[in-house]
Design a protein around this ligand. Sequence first.
Ligand code: APR
Length: 223
Amino acid sequence: MKIAVLTGAGVSAESGIKTFRDSDGLWEGHDVMEVASPEGFAQNPEVVLDFYNQRRKQLLSVQPNTAHYALADLEDKHNVTIITQNVDDLHERAGSKNVIHLHGELLKVRSTFDEDLILDWKEDLYLGDVCENNHQLRPHIVWFGEMVPMIEVAAEVVEKADAIIIVGTSMQVYPAAGLIQYAKPDAQIYFVDPKPSISESKKIMVFAEKASIGVPKVVELLN
Ligand code: APR
């Protein structure tokens, strides 16, 4: 069976990474637009770089959780593609082979001049760190107002899927939230989130619980 999995911040919550909208619109104490927009970067690049330096350090200190591992296990029997809004690498570390990152990756940086010049990066990033062509490097993150280059590939994956699993997302950020509209009419949809933003229907089975509890149940149903 072809399975598309759409994940958001909630799948990594139990690994210790905070979600975005569970705490008063602040993200680790910051206004999201200040640290996640091209305007914010232009205005105060040090604050933005420092913010992502902290996120990168935090990521290197946390581990995948039961939900990431259960999704990786699905690959034993099915053709699985994970489409994640998360910038962490916890799906990959849990063993998932096909992961599409809609909003970029924390462990990569790119040239501010050439968006295709992307480098692996585990250290802190500072003003003055430049690419081979001497242009400042920035986090490889899709900020608010920027294009989501992987969205078309993701839509194709959803279109072909026989089953779709959605985990831990408030479904508020487009175009990611619109992906579900590409589902085949007969695709079964499973939604795991303690505060689900979608209601149960004939096509959608809702598991109103944490990812570590709900995801293994969905995986068992599909195996
Ligand atoms: N298990 C599953 N879901 C959980 C858990 C958990 N343990 N804890 C919280 N959640 C759910 C919340 O109920 C909420 O619905 O995770 C969801 C998190 O929602 P958001 O914080 O809005 O995160 P997300 O949907 O991934 O945000 C999308 O917004 O700022 C941007 O680019 C950023 O990729 C991000 C995008």
